[in-house]
Write a protein that binds this ligand. Structure first.
Ligand SMILES: Cc1ncc(COP(=O)(O)O)c(C=O)c1O
Length: 388
């Protein structure tokens, strides 16, 4: 006999990224290009701020929404960088990473049967959260539109069950950003329909083309847009677990209740570290970007030289080449690349079925590692061609 557990969680699988990376242990010599976090250390001053906070016994609960000083700094960052106005008292919540922010947010807005439209290929962290709330993800295929959401296709998916549209640009896994002209077309569709916009812009500070334009900047959408952000990527702070949710006061008070009961507040030494990051270390992402751009250009050139179809990524630290012409599933390709070629890259199918035919390569690695990875990939591809 076994006692039944929540049927929704029972039907949810562990992420495809994890399923694949669990295999890596058997291939210790492989060049691992699967990791989704910066390879830089957390900035020294940020680490020191947490150490000092601990030494000063600043280790008890804060306000549920986070230290007011930190919320004020977050609001000032969005005002200075994107001319967005958020009231730090009522429109900013500091969460345990963007992940907890998304979970608290969706639990606050979704009801059984609600639909959330999500451009795909997509980050695999979203669907399980939505399903746990009784919601349903409706995918907007971007695999044949250069990974940009097509406005007409988006509109055709909106029904009276649609509660929210979830965007993630710059995107994990494609690295694609949405430039302002495209963003405006998508916003024009959303203006016509009363749905929430949830925009996960955790990679906004890692943008390499035109300056990042945020979905939260559309006046007509502002009163129903939630901006999800955090320091994991911009300041190499994945383990500190600091995220932010920003949105209209009338909804944020409900998000705060979920966050209050599932977390009380974000980890306090991490909040002090975040305060230093937001106040004095805003230049850090631009420093990292110099290296990411060099690496992206290198990997892009190597892939195109290998005659592989690939969209030039303009943000985040991923590149998503097509492997369709090799005539096998992305999982089989990734497994063979690992076993025969000694390189680990995540199969595109880990990012929904719309990622089939691609693999995700992370370039959050040193040039030495990337060079060896690309050399091995090239050799592997040559062996495939020889067998044809
Ligand atoms: C698009 C996207 N959103 C959210 C997250 C989770 O971020 P956090 O570490 O802040 O929970 C990730 C992590 O890889 C991500 O790629």
């Amino acid at each position: 006999m076994s006692i039944s557990i929540n049927s929704r969680i029972e039907s949810i699988q562990i992420s495809g990224i994890r399923q694949f990376s669990n295999q890596l242990i058997d291939y210790p010599e492989a060049i691992n290009l699967t990791i989704g976090q910066p390879d830089f250390p957390t900035p020294e001053a940020v680490k020191q701020a947490a150490i000092i906070a601990i030494q000063n016994n600043q280790t008890s609960y804060t306000h549920n929404a986070g230290l007011l000083e930190l919320r004020a700094e977050i609001a000032s960052f969005f005002l200075d960088t994107y001319a967005l106005e958020f009231n730090p008292q009522s429109e900013v919540i500091v969460t345990n990473g963007a992940s907890e922010g998304l979970d608290s947010l969706f639990r606050a807005i979704l009801e059984e049967g609600d639909e959330v439209i999500l451009p795909a290929p997509a980050y695999p962290g979203y669907e399980p959260i939505i399903q746990l709330c009784g919601g349903k993800v409706v995918y907007l295929d971007t695999s044949d539109t250069g990974f940009q959401p097509d406005p007409q296709r988006l509109e055709s998916l909106i029904t009276d069950r649609t509660k929210a549209v979830l965007m993630n640009f710059p995107s994990n896994p494609t690295g694609v950003t949405m430039e302002s002209a495209q963003l405006e077309k998508v916003a024009a569709v959303l203006e016509k329909h009363e749905v929430f916009i949830v925009t996960d812009e955790i990679y906004s500070e890692n943008s390499y083309g035109e300056k990042h334009t945020t979905f939260a900047s559309f006046e007509k959408l502002h009163n129903r847009t939630f901006l999800v952000h955090g320091l994991s990527k911009s300041h190499s702070m994945t383990g500190w677990r600091i995220g932010f949710v920003l949105g209209p006061e009338m909804y944020m008070k409900h998000v705060l209740k979920v966050h209050q009961y599932n977390a009380i507040c974000a980890a306090v030494p991490s909040q002090y570290a975040a305060l230093e990051a937001m106040k004095n270390q805003r230049h850090i992402p631009a420093e990292m970007n110099k290296e990411y751009i060099e690496r992206r250009d290198f990997v892009y050139k190597r892939l195109t030289d290998m005659d592989i179809d690939v969209v030039l990524p303009k943000g985040a630290f991923y590149i998503f080449p097509s492997i369709e012409k090799f005539g096998m599933t992305s999982f089989d390709f990734a497994m063979r690349l690992l076993k025969e070629g000694g390189v680990a890259a995540v199969p595109g199918s880990a990012f929904t079925k719309y990622g089939e035919g691609f693999v995700r390569i992370s370039y959050a690695y040193s040039m030495v590692v990337l060079e060896e990875g690309m050399n091995r990939l090239e050799q592997f591809i040559q062996t495939l061609k020889l067998r044809d």
